[in-house]
Design a protein around this ligand. Structure first.
Ligand code: ZN
Ligand code: ZN
Length: 463
């Protein structure tokens, strides 16, 4: 009885102690705020993110998952993190399918014969060796296709003409994207033998936008491609003549045996809570036609530079982990594998964020954190205000690669970028280094150092 009494008194005292230390720990330390402000100014002057982005896009170039270039990218990532002095650098295997683009061409046969510029969608199967020739059936949207009668597209090539609208929020991608994401399966269900879509992009260059398309089990896999936007305009004008329009489509692709790529990981070990992780990163792979400068070498450059600048100033209290995810483009293979590999340390992931929105300025900060920790996000916003960053009411999703971790419960923020320029070149041969505006890339790093520094040094939890 007596022992129980003293135990409960002790328990009460400990509880009070931890309550009060919790209450104290809720404030962001003044020194952390000052250091974050200094980091912001340093980041605006630093070319480190730009240098890293130039290094990846120049020394490796395009890096389609499973190719030799992808292997080179993994080696590049390991070497880059080591040369920057990260405390731990390692890689984790990710099993992936390997898809290669060999040939793509399209031509209108009738009524007005002419060539059109296309890009095969990622994962597309091949046409017969000499291509296939069929009548075009036109739908304004994927919804129109999906609500058409069974057999509506029998033995035809489906053409979806929906135009992606340009918004700084990038919301047009959500509206137009499904034509690419699931168009091939939807067209096949209506009996089609091929799919062409207007590019999911906002430019008017003859530079079609690729990107992955998904097939469905039990549904015939049909070849699928995107027309460049001017070529889609041209096809629209041809179709407006209301004459039977036929097209020849020749897509040759190859699927190799499954291969292994890697998530490349680097850590700056925390000084006080090394087991607790602030997880950031981007994806290392890219499509095959450009050099993946804005998608997503920039995200790699931004997050690696942010971690490095913070470490240079003072060792963070928590560990900063930078993940260069593998094989995002062909189906978020690295992100899904990371969530599986690190499921047992989910609770150690204090917060996370991915940079995968190009190189445009950060416009807003979204979050997915507890109500009790929102004041830390407020402090981040105060420090980001001079950068033009405002609060976003949207929930942070962790972007594609940290999405599985966030859905499992990891808190997150989102540094929401200006998508206005992004979807002009996204997934095209024009995604090259020259499109990056150095000042805008530096502004990203300036916003990221604030988020990462506060998250690493504030002693509380975000959930
Ligand atoms: Zn991306
Ligand atoms: Zn992409």
């Amino acid at each position: 009885m007596k022992k129980q009494f003293w135990t409960s008194i002790l328990g009460l005292a400990l509880a009070t102690l931890s309550l009060s230390s919790n209450a104290v720990s809720q404030e962001v330390p003044e020194l952390t705020l000052q250091q974050a402000e200094q980091l912001r100014e340093q980041a605006l002057e630093s070319t480190l993110a730009l240098d890293i982005t130039a290094s990846l896009t120049t020394e490796v170039g395009a890096r389609l998952p499973g190719t030799d270039a992808d292997k080179k990218a993994v080696e590049w990532g390991m070497a880059k993190l080591q040369s920057l002095g990260f405390d731990k650098v390692w890689k984790e295997p990710v099993s992936i399918p390997v898809w290669l683009r060999l040939h793509e061409s399209a031509e209108v046969i009738a009524p007005f014969p002419q060539n059109l510029i296309i890009s095969a969608l990622g994962g597309s199967v091949s046409t017969p060796k000499n291509g296939l020739e069929a009548e075009i059936i036109h739908f304004d949207s994927i919804e129109a296709l999906e609500s058409s009668a069974d057999g509506s597209a029998n033995n035809k090539i489906v053409y979806i003409s929906k135009r992606m609208e340009k918004h700084s929020s990038g919301r047009g991608y959500g509206d137009a994207g499904p034509a690419r994401f699931r168009g091939a399966a939807s067209a096949a269900k209506k009996g089609a033998i091929g799919l062409v879509i207007r590019s999911i992009g906002t430019d008017s260059q003859r530079s079609p936008h690729t990107g992955v398309t998904s097939y469905e089990d039990g549904v015939t896999k049909i070849p699928a491609a995107a027309l460049s936007n001017p070529d889609a305009d041209q096809l629209d004008r041809i179709l407006a003549h209301n004459k039977t329009t036929t097209m020849r489509l020749n897509i040759q692709t190859e699927v190799l045996p499954d291969a292994t790529t890697y998530n490349v990981i680097g850590e700056i070990t925390g000084s006080e809570r090394p087991d607790e992780i602030v997880a950031i990163g981007g994806h290392l792979d890219s499509w095959d036609q450009g050099t993946g400068a804005v998608d997503d070498a920039s995200g790699i450059g931004i997050t690696v530079a942010a971690a490095k600048l913070i470490a240079q100033q003072q060792r963070p209290k928590r560990t900063i982990r930078v993940v260069m995810f593998g094989a995002e483009e062909i189906g978020v293979f690295g992100g899904k594998q990371y969530a599986l590999d690190h499921a047992d340390e989910l609770a150690k992931h204090i917060i996370g964020a991915e940079s995968d929105g190009g190189a445009g300025k950060v416009l807003a900060l979204s979050s997915s954190v507890s109500h009790e920790s929102l004041h830390v996000v407020d402090e981040m916003l105060k420090l980001m205000a001079p950068l033009g960053v405002v609060r976003s009411s949207a929930k942070a999703t962790g972007s594609a690669d940290f999405g599985p971790m966030v859905r499992a419960g990891m808190p997150a923020v989102g540094l929401v970028q200006d998508f206005t320029p992004y979807f002009d070149i996204h997934h095209t041969p024009d995604d090259t280094f020259d499109k990056i505006v150095p000042e805008e890339l530096a502004q990203n790093v300036a916003a990221w150092v604030i988020f990462v520094k506060l998250a690493a040094d504030w002693p509380g939890r975000f959930n």
